[in-house]
Design a protein around this ligand. Structure first.
Ligand SMILES: [Zn+2]
Length: 468
């Protein structure tokens, strides 16, 4: 029912123009999180984008409410709520390198709409809004309400959603178009402990005096550097050549008096996809393990870390926590932060753990491995998120996706967390079509207008079915 009405409704060129115009209205507002101001928990930008989006939703006939500038809501009708659709209006900073247009001046080129937030997540928010409007315009009878929840802090920790659900109940069904099609029903858990080791100050050389690697827990480090006392570049060079052949990383040497600074250049990647990068920290440890260092505390610690995190081990095999299951895939591990000083070190790794991982087979095993080598380790596991593939919500959404995309529906598992990670029964659904890359968070972010119109149809049919 209503498949054809919805199809024809969004095939009207007027809808395309509306879609582009409404998204552009929101993209023009720079909604990057800034310092809080009275009544604006995330600063003026996100609050202004929320005000504009609620104004738009009101113009489109929705009942709107602003929850103290954390989130806003738009209701389709005054029935009991069956469905929450979660989108967000905050954006990451514009960065540099834009070529097609300025970040906050939306521009349509060859069917692609460019501008910060077009893909993540203002475009999807407007698509959801127009889907709701379609049900009203087409007078499709509903016995339940669909509520669009517009957050303003997705990019910096999702405290917006926490604020909302501390005050309002969960809906029976929740989906968030802040990812990609077909549908993400499984998000791995995580384990990101901090480990430390100390040793007495010492003077023997050659020894590592300091080491710095990584800058953010969820980024596989592209760079790392060490300062080695009592070693010449000439002596180190053959070891670097061998290590470079082993690891694919590049080692740059700079003599500083009697010290040698070693800069290791790898390749960064998201910590949930470590095999896509080349870890500069583990590549540097690989080299240090081979160097003729004196038998000191720092040398022993570096050898231990090289044993626990050998270069190229992205699954936690050496640590003893490698595991996988059919639904969520394999555990991934990125050794992402390490600071070594004269008398101790502190490090952290970011592992995304499958559904089968638990305290006994993951946390306890890692803690034992560290303890054996004299390290102290601290940190708890974060639970995964999973909504069964055979649930009515997942089955309904995938059927709607297949109806208009002409593609096969399927459930996806990812290592990262989406906007619904803490929402029982929630799934991420759209808006990017499989294979589309809108370069979100980067320069020249864009969305495909045709695909967004397809998403409008999918969301409209999903609302019709879930709120019937
Ligand atoms: Zn997003």
């Amino acid at each position: 029912m209503y498949e054809h009405e919805i199809d024809a409704y969004f095939d009207d060129p007027a809808r395309r123009a509306e879609l582009v115009e409404h998204i552009s209205r929101l993209v023009r507002i720079r909604s990057v999180r800034e310092e809080a101001r009275p009544g604006m928990p995330f600063g003026p930008g996100p609050a202004a984008a929320l005000a504009e989006a609620l104004k738009l939703a009101g113009e489109l006939g929705m009942d709107v409410r602003n929850y103290e500038n954390y989130v806003g809501t738009a209701d389709l009708n005054d029935q009991e709520t069956a469905l929450h659709i979660l989108c967000h209006l905050d954006v990451v900073g514009e960065g540099t390198g834009w070529t097609v247009t300025a970040p906050y001046e939306p521009r349509l080129v060859d069917g692609m709409l460019y501008g910060r937030g077009t893909d993540d997540d203002k475009g999807p928010a407007v698509a959801a809004l127009l889907a709701m409007k379609a049900l009203r315009d087409l007078a499709i009878p509903l016995s339940k309400n669909a509520r669009l929840i517009l957050g303003t802090d997705e990019e910096s920790g999702s405290s917006d959603i926490a604020y909302y659900y501390a005050r309002e109940p969960y809906a029976p069904y929740t989906f968030s178009p802040d990812a990609e099609f077909p549908l993400i029903n499984t998000e791995k858990g995580s384990y990101k402990p901090t480990f430390t080791k100390t040793w007495p100050a010492e003077t023997a050389t050659p020894r590592v005096k300091e080491l710095h690697g990584g800058f953010r827990i969820n980024v596989l480090p592209p760079e790392a550097e060490a300062l080695v006392a009592g070693l010449s570049a000439q002596a180190a060079r053959p070891y670097c050549d061998r290590a470079a052949a082993d690891t694919g990383a590049a080692y740059e040497l700079r003599e500083e008096g009697d010290d040698l600074r070693i800069l290791c250049h790898g390749k960064g990647s998201h910590a949930s996809l470590p095999e896509g990068g080349n870890n500069a920290v583990t590549a540097l440890l690989h080299l240090l393990r081979a160097l003729p260092l004196a038998k000191t505390g720092s040398t022993a610690a570096i050898w231990s870390l090289n044993t626990l995190f050998p270069h190229g081990d992205c699954t936690g095999a050496a640590l003893g926590i490698a595991q996988a299951d059919a639904v969520s895939g394999a555990l991934s591990l990125a050794f992402s932060l390490l600071e070594v000083g004269e008398t101790g070190l502190e490090g952290r790794f970011d592992s995304r753990v499958p559904l089968c991982a638990d305290e006994a087979n993951c946390k306890a095993v890692a803690e034992a491995a560290f303890a054996r080598l004299g390290f102290t380790v601290q940190g708890e596991m974060e639970p995964p998120h999973h909504t069964p593939a055979d649930s009515p919500l997942v089955q309904t959404l995938l059927a709607c996706y297949e109806q208009y995309s002409g593609r096969k529906g399927a459930c996806l598992a990812i290592g990262g967390g989406t906007y619904v990670h803490h929402i029982p029964g929630g799934v991420a659904f759209g808006c990017g079509m499989p294979g589309f890359d809108g370069n979100m968070h980067g320069a020249d972010e864009h969305t495909c207008v045709d695909d967004l119109l397809t998403a409008c149809k999918i969301f409209a049919l999903a609302i019709a079915r879930l709120c019937a």
